[in-house]
Design a protein around this ligand. Structure first.
Ligand SMILES: O=C1O[C@H](COP(=O)(O)O)[C@@H](O)[C@H](O)[C@H]1O
Length: 251
């Protein structure tokens, strides 16, 4: 039996409908996790669609007990604190500053110069320690939902094709200083960390991503198309618009 749940593709009329639907299901998933386990843990992503989803969650919110949500990040740009390109900064503006969540529950990846971190690897090591403290077995939490965006070449978090980061098999967080997409210095959860999540949701819109969507859903090698390795233990869902879904088999 596979260690992963099924892969579903959910198609919506356009990019805004993708963001609205994912936001509404995200709220429901957090509420359901809190009903079952009291605490919910989610991983946020950067990128256009990922941040649009958070804006819609901020408007909807319905029923989430924010005092029992732990927020983590899938990747981060290793830039000074408060830099507008940091995923954390964008997530705060879109959602986290608008809801009653305790600052201690927002687990950000240390920025350049924060907590004495001068390299992405130092930031990654700090983040891995923090994740271990939030995991019953001292590894990484079983996130309820891990949100992901995807680049046109199939990257997720900061896991780019044919890189050491996407090949990583043991560490849950790594730093890189040669990201093909700027900025070069980044920190990212790895495939082994993503694969601990109960649910993995990929939020993908636009024609530029159609080839990578089809390859990933079709079971490509994750070293070629990192998104192919993004699988949740209970469920993996692709939230796509018609342009991103264009090259999927019609059935
Ligand atoms: O660099 C990144 O890109 C991906 C995808 O972004 P998108 O704007 O094309 O949706 C994003 O998921 C990731 O967090 C970010 O660091």
């Amino acid at each position: 039996m596979s260690e992963f749940g099924p892969v579903d593709v959910a198609k919506f009329a356009d990019a805004d409908a993708v963001a609205k639907a994912a936001a509404s299901e995200f709220v429901e998933a957090i509420v359901a996790a809190q009903r079952e386990r009291v605490q919910a843990s989610v991983v946020l992503t950067g990128g256009g669609t990922g941040i649009a989803v958070l804006e819609h969650v901020g408007r909807a919110q319905g029923g989430i007990d924010w005092s029992a949500v732990n927020v983590f990040f899938g990747d981060e740009r290793f830039l000074p604190p408060g830099h507008p390109d940091r995923n954390e900064v964008q997530a705060r503006a879109a959602l986290l500053d608008l809801v009653p969540i305790d600052a201690a529950r927002v687990h950000t990846m240390p920025a350049l110069g924060e907590d004495g971190c001068t390299t992405p690897e130092e930031s990654a090591a700090r983040y891995a320690e923090m994740l271990a403290q939030h995991s019953p077995d001292g590894t990484v939490p079983a996130f309820d939902v891990h949100l992901l965006g995807m680049g046109g070449e199939g990257h997720i978090n900061s896991l780019f094709p044919h890189t050491d980061a996407v090949r990583e098999e043991t560490r849950f967080v790594v730093g890189l200083d040669d990201s093909p997409k700027p900025p070069p210095a980044r920190v990212t959860l790895t495939l082994p960390a993503i694969q601990r999540a109960r649910q993995v949701w990929l939020l993908v819109t636009g024609a530029a991503k159609a080839d990578a969507v089809a390859a990933a859903v079709g079971g490509a090698d994750p070293q070629e198309i990192p998104a192919a390795g993004a699988r949740g233990r209970e469920r993996t869902v692709w939230f796509v618009d018609p342009a991103a879904a264009a090259n999927l088999p019609k059935s």
